[in-house]
Design a protein around this ligand. Sequence first.
Ligand SMILES: [Zn+2]
Ligand SMILES: [Zn+2]
Length: 333
Amino acid sequence: MLACVLKSPAPVETAPLEWREVARPEPRTGLQDAEVLIRVRACGVCRTDLHVVEGELPVRKPNVTPGHQVVGVVEKGGRTIAAGTRVGVPWLHRTCGECEFCRSGRENLCDRPEFTGWTVDGGFAEYLVAPEAFVYPLPESVSDAAAAPLLCAGIIGFRCLRLAEVSRGARLGLYGFGAAAHVAIQVARHWGVEVYAATREERHRRLALELGAEWAGAADARPPEQLDAAIMFAPAGELVPPALEALKKGGRLILGGIHMSPIPSLPYSLLYQERVLRSVANNTRDDGRDFLKVAAEIPVRTEFETFAMRDANCALRTLKQDGVRGAAVLVND
Ligand SMILES: [Zn+2]
Ligand SMILES: [Zn+2]
């Protein structure tokens, strides 16, 4: 089969992914962790893929194939998922099921996790394997390319919304307005939450307003209202102090990224009055199932631009330059 292979991390401008022939993976069929073989139709491109390809995340598997928002069709089924089923494969590839975090409903914090497209091969390829217990059957109503961004951007955004603890009438800030935010705003609006979007690109501000934001301004601009909570999707630590400054007493700032530039020192007064600063790590399978259900009910509409699978370097470059409206999705023809 053909796959994008990362020989060694480097700036995307140097095209570090090589589209080449590799052995097709074989699903393992042990009792604990039966895997399915999936023929990939589409795979979303996430900022985390950029961190893997450029080396902000250390190499965990040499020659890895990135990609963790995979939509495909099961070719070799397992015990619970039949061949022919259309499924999604997310970032959380597998957990140990035994550590204190797995046993207390916090499998997102597992001590021995595997991650799709980082510690094991992901979906920038024609095929991949995944444990059937960790893939999601997808609703019919959504197309392959439209479903892909739901699988990380959507699920992580949903977990951020949950941790932000917002409900009807609350005011929520979104910092950075890419793939995750453009889905999160639709869920937030569905819940009756007012959204204030702060982002550096004019076209992203326009998209935020089209999707129902009350206000859209520059990344470090002060929203016109004090916020109950905010979610930061931009990997920019320097935005943390202004975002804290925009919060009401007791407000929560949720950091949605896996990697962030250093957070500058801040006066304690920005955090005092019980403001909360909290990161989000990965997701549980419940987050995934609950989100996909809500997304189908609303229904969430994703904005995306497609690229051919072999053009992954180009898609990543465009993402890095904030050039994608909504999400970038790679497709196999
Ligand atoms: Zn991701
Ligand atoms: Zn565990």
